[in-house]
Write a protein that binds this ligand. Structure first.
Ligand SMILES: [Zn+2]
Length: 146
């Protein structure tokens, strides 16, 4: 690990392994890690633990080659675990559970998964409300001060 790393890899006993924890404040959009995918010691994908509501995302600049970047999706405070999602975050609970078990052999226990399918119902309803709201003419969306 570089001396300039914005994180430390530490033991997280309740997760039964290691995780990546910020050692300084990291702004939304800031690059946290950039590692070559062709190097033998490439471990980005597995160094960061999974969360269904991650605070960072992992991306390659060119698919299948060169560098994999991890960027903060929101402000991350020192001491906060940095997580990425191993699967698309738009999947519903049942599908996420299935994918994570099949591809990565674990059951996610994040806050969102603890709420299970109940949260999906709320999210689907919220999405429907937003869709309806978007159909209202713009002039009617503006709320005038009383
Ligand atoms: Zn989860």
């Amino acid at each position: 690990m570089s001396a300039l790393a914005k994180y430390d890899v530490v033991d997280i006993p309740f997760k039964g392994g290691q995780g990546v924890v910020a050692n300084q404040s990291i702004a939304a959009g800031e690059c946290i890690s950039a590692e070559s995918e062709v190097e033998k010691d490439y471990t980005t994908r597995f160094k960061f633990n999974h969360s269904c509501t991650p605070n960072a995302q992992s991306r390659s600049d060119v698919k299948g080659q060169s560098t994999r970047y991890v960027h903060a999706l929101s402000k991350i405070e020192p001491g906060e675990e940095i997580t990425i999602s191993y699967i698309p975050t738009t999947m519903l609970f049942a599908r996420r559970k299935e994918e994570l078990q099949a591809k990565f052999d674990f059951a996610c226990d994040c806050q969102v998964c603890q709420e299970g399918a109940e949260r999906d119902v709320r999210e689907v309803r919220l999405a429907a409300c937003i869709k309806l709201f978007d159909k209202i003419p713009l002039a009617m969306q503006v709320r005038k001060p009383l």
